[in-house]
Ligand binder design. Structure first.
Ligand code: KIV
Length: 258
């Protein structure tokens, strides 16, 4: 059965952990889906892991739609969420509706993700939700604000922590179906998780979130740089380099094809 946004909220109520990973193409999506992942996020981190940019800012809506469509073709069960890239939703509610609408209509995503909790973003989440577009929120470290926040942990003072808690509550109140908590202290994430009716999905936010997400390139050991909270389960870069090296040698020594 395909995963729905309603199902995610039920899993929070049942205490069943939600598992999410990012994907950027058909092959990775199929692999994650076959393994039983609940949510596939076509994160704008694909700007770095698939397109070679320094940060998430340069990736365009067209590029996100292209990759999201490929991910959707490779996914049967997981809920596919398309991350709306920088400046594809901040300008106005009308622009956000067009971008989010394209993610669903053209690319086939079932939901979109937006960063932040400013009054404008809250109004956008409320409107998108009202017209039937499910929205995942994202607070704490928000990489689209890298030039203001850097990549450092957020919510480390009492005042900042209280602000993130208020932001999280506001995002849930305007209708988001789930919320990414990125790089905040685990006690703060636990407090937010306990107060919210919607599932929190943590990345660098401790074990007490309702679910966890990682960038798949970090998990597989494909990333050149990765955040301190990522865990590498496999060194695929090293294994693949070795396999390619063997192929090069076999061709040069005329052992392939044989
Ligand atoms: O773009 C991304 O990969 C994200 C993370 C929270 C997983 O937004």
């Amino acid at each position: 059965m395909p995963v729905t946004t309603r199902q995610l909220i039920e899993w929070k109520q049942q205490g069943r952990a939600i598992v999410a990973l990012t994907a950027w193409d058909y092959a990775i999506a199929g692999l994650l889906d076959d393994a039983g992942i609940d949510i596939i996020l076509v994160g704008d981190s694909l700007a770095m892991v698939a397109l070679g940019y320094e940060n998430t800012l340069p990736v365009t809506l067209e590029e996100m739609l292209h990759h999201t469509a490929a991910v959707c073709r490779g996914t049967k069960r997981a809920l596919v969420v398309c991350d709306l890239p920088f400046l594809s939703y901040q300008e106005s509610i009308e622009v956000a509706i067009r971008s989010a609408g394209r993610a669903l209509k053209e690319a086939g995503a079932q939901a979109v993700k937006v960063e932040g909790a400013s009054p404008d973003i809250l109004a956008t989440i409320r409107k998108l939700t009202a017209i039937g577009i499910p929205v995942m929120g994202h607070v704490g470290l928000t990489p689209q604000s890298v030039y203001q926040l850097g990549y450092k942990q957020q919510g480390t003072t009492e005042e900042q922590g209280q602000q993130i808690l208020r932001d999280a509550i506001a995002v849930a109140e305007v209708g988001a179906f789930s919320l990414i908590l990125e790089h905040i202290p685990s006690e703060l994430a636990a407090q937010i998780t306990a107060q919210l009716p919607i599932p929190t999905i943590g990345i660098g936010a401790g074990v007490q979130c309702d679910g966890q997400v990682l960038v798949t390139a970090d998990l597989l050991g494909l990333s050149k740089k990765q955040p301190p909270f990522a865990k590498t389960y496999l060194n695929l870069r090293q294994m693949a380099t070795q396999a390619v090296g063997e192929f090069i040698n076999e061709v040069r020594e005329q052992k392939f094809p044989r």
